[in-house]
Design a protein around this ligand. Structure first.
Ligand SMILES: [Zn+2]
Length: 197
């Protein structure tokens, strides 16, 4: 299509998740016409994220030191552990301000079609953490889709015999939503997860 550097940039952008060929081209030409200072900042941010960000050695959340901010926080309880698929799920749960326990980031979900089994996730590391006997409740906060459910079911089977309470996030109806527009799976789960008022 184009030659040299601009095509290289389009190709690289096109490899990013959620960026199609047209978006890649649009971003590349935006970069070409942007203020050099803005582009330098972007390039620096890209380089720094690879240089500075690593995974927490305890929970595998993203961190800029040995341990992530959540693991370093002395005010949180070690007795409740919340299992999520990705670091972005930690951010989503932290945003609610409801959770004061610790996390464990699996790095994905069981997905046989893509060849991702339990050994490809940080399940061994999770079991090692649970083996210390500190955790009283394990919250399974994997995604409410087929892969997330399969992962939650697998973990529940592994962990229940250890005498740890295993809970799953209630799937609810979107706040501000209309009951009639909820799909039957969501509505069915909301019924299952109902609680006393
Ligand atoms: Zn951590």
């Amino acid at each position: 299509m184009y030659e040299g550097a601009i095509q290289d940039l389009i190709d690289e952008l096109g490899r990013l998740p959620g960026v199609g060929p047209k978006s890649a081209q649009r971003i590349a030409f935006h970069v070409l016409s942007a203020d050099p200072a803005d582009v330098t900042r972007l390039a620096t941010a890209l380089r720094r994220v690879k240089e500075l960000v690593r995974f927490c050695t305890t929970c595998y959340n993203v961190a800029e030191s040995e341990q992530c901010r959540v693991c370093r926080d002395q005010r949180r309880t070690d007795e409740v552990l919340c299992v999520v698929e990705e670091p972005k799920d930690v951010v989503a749960i932290e945003r609610t301000g409801e959770f004061r326990g610790r996390y464990h980031v699996l790095g994905g979900a069981i997905n046989p079609l893509e060849g991702i089994g339990p050994d490809n996730l940080r399940i061994r590391e999770l079991l090692a953490r649970l083996g210390t006997g500190t955790v009283r409740e394990l919250i399974l906060a994997t995604d409410p889709n087929t892969e997330g459910e399969a992962t939650a079911t697998y973990l529940a089977l592994m962990v229940k015999p250890m005498g740890i309470a295993v809970t799953r996030l209630a799937s609810g109806l979107p706040v501000g939503g209309d009951l009639e527009y909820a799909d039957e799976i969501t509505l069915g789960r909301a019924f299952e997860g109902r609680r006393a008022v």
